[in-house]
Ligand binder design. Structure first.
Ligand SMILES: [Zn+2]
Ligand SMILES: [Zn+2]
Length: 390
């Protein structure tokens, strides 16, 4: 990254914010436990002149800064939570807490937004209301939705919201934009198969739920290949099967846990219907019964076309084509920022974490946020705010 394009105000705070990132990294907090991280965010924001509001979405923090008389209102979101992973990086600032780790770079997202916050508060180079949203529990527990339920947009109305996530495998600091469906929905399905337990030597007197599970595993894959249009992305992963203890005992029940993804809401609905039909139908064939608990978790993340064009133009004017990721494709992961985009126009973008060093995938015990992205990400936030709030 050409350091010449980083505004002086961001360059000045870069070292401080990298140190802050390392401190957050060393003290990771899981979903809805972001108390120390929330303290740190709130203290800094207050110090820089933001009005600070806590307890929105339990541990969520919103910092608001009004400059001038502008009527426009912008929301920028960072996530603060860590993952239940045992870190193996061996870094000097590695997690001090066994089994907890910032393995998705939310430490970096928080530090990037704080760097922009400090810079923007000093320069006051915008006109309107800036809402900085530090959300808890992005990893699986829908902190964004909890903030909405607690009145996020009623208390802090926004004309647009944006979020940025680092992404290993893309060149360091390059920004990726894509209108429309950008990240998949994510649902969890618990299938309980109820058979009839018995002696392993007398299978004819039992109804074996393990055999039923095996059939369901294969049958649900045919939904992807035979029921969903080939150009519609869909994923069904059976991540867990639990049944039985002893080799000579046919268990009474078995449980399967599935992860289901789609890039269009209609496909998501179709998957739900077919998984339910296939699981219950397969069980019935064998004289067993299947109870399907289909849990809708994160919706498809849909980027607003106009807001994505605006966000991309800010990057283009600043960095040129070379600063952008070419041919951005949808991602099969999911994001609870999707809930915010259901309620407010906006866009979710990515920043490359590096394709060599920094290429270790998120949610891996060897992953680390790439500090070389921090100034670029922070400067981008500042430029977006200065462009939108005029
Ligand atoms: Zn993650
Ligand atoms: Zn993440």
């Amino acid at each position: 990254m050409n350091t010449m394009v980083i505004p002086a105000g961001i360059a000045e705070v870069e070292a401080e914010m990298i140190a802050l990132r390392h401190s957050i990294h060393a003290h990771p907090e899981l979903a809805y436990e972001e108390f120390a991280t929330g303290d740190l965010v709130a203290e800094r924001l207050r110090e820089w002149g933001y009005s600070v509001h806590r307890g929105i979405g339990r541990t969520g923090v919103v910092g608001q800064l009004k400059v001038g008389n502008g009527a426009r209102r912008l929301g920028l979101r960072a996530d603060m939570d860590a993952l239940p992973i045992h870190e193996t990086t061996g870094l000097p600032y590695a997690s001090k807490l066994a089994g907890k780790m910032h393995a998705c770079g939310h430490d970096g997202h928080t530090a990037m937004l704080l760097a922009a916050a400090k810079h923007l508060a000093r320069e006051k180079s915008f006109d309107g209301t800036l809402n900085l949203i530090f959300q808890p529990a992005e990893e699986g527990l829908a902190g964004a939705k909890k903030m909405l339920d607690d009145g996020l947009f009623e208390q802090f109305p926004c004309d647009a919201v944006f979020a940025m996530h680092n992404m290993p495998g893309f060149p360091t600091g390059k920004l990726g934009f894509m209108p429309g469906s950008f990240m998949a929905s994510s649902d969890t399905v618990i299938v309980k198969v109820i058979g009839r337990g018995g002696h392993g030597a007398m299978p004819h007197k039992a109804v074996d739920p393990v055999v039923v599970c095996a059939q369901i595993v294969l049958a649900v894959q045919s939904i992807v290949s035979r029921n969903i249009a080939p150009l519609d992305m869909s994923i069904i992963t059976v991540g867990a099967i639990h049944a039985g203890e002893a080799p000579n005992v046919i268990p009474e029940t078995a449980e399967m846990r599935l992860s289901v993804r789609a890039l269009r809401p209609e496909v998501r609905d179709h998957l739900q219907q077919r998984i339910t039909e296939v699981a219950t139908g397969q069980a019935a064939v064998f004289g067993a019964r299947a109870e399907v608990d289909y849990q809708r978790r994160y919706p498809v993340l849909v980027n607003d076309a106009a807001m994505t064009a605006l966000a991309r133009q800010v990057a283009l004017d600043w960095l040129g084509e070379d600063g952008l990721i070419r041919d951005m494709q949808p991602l099969t992961g999911s994001e609870d920022f999707a809930f915010l985009l259901e309620r407010c126009a906006g866009s979710y973008l990515i920043i490359g974490n590096g394709d060599g060093e920094g290429g270790c995938m998120v949610h891996n015990p060897g992953y680390d946020f790439n500090d070389a992205c921090l100034a670029t990400g922070a400067a981008y936030w500042a430029k977006l705010a200065q462009t939108f709030l005029v």
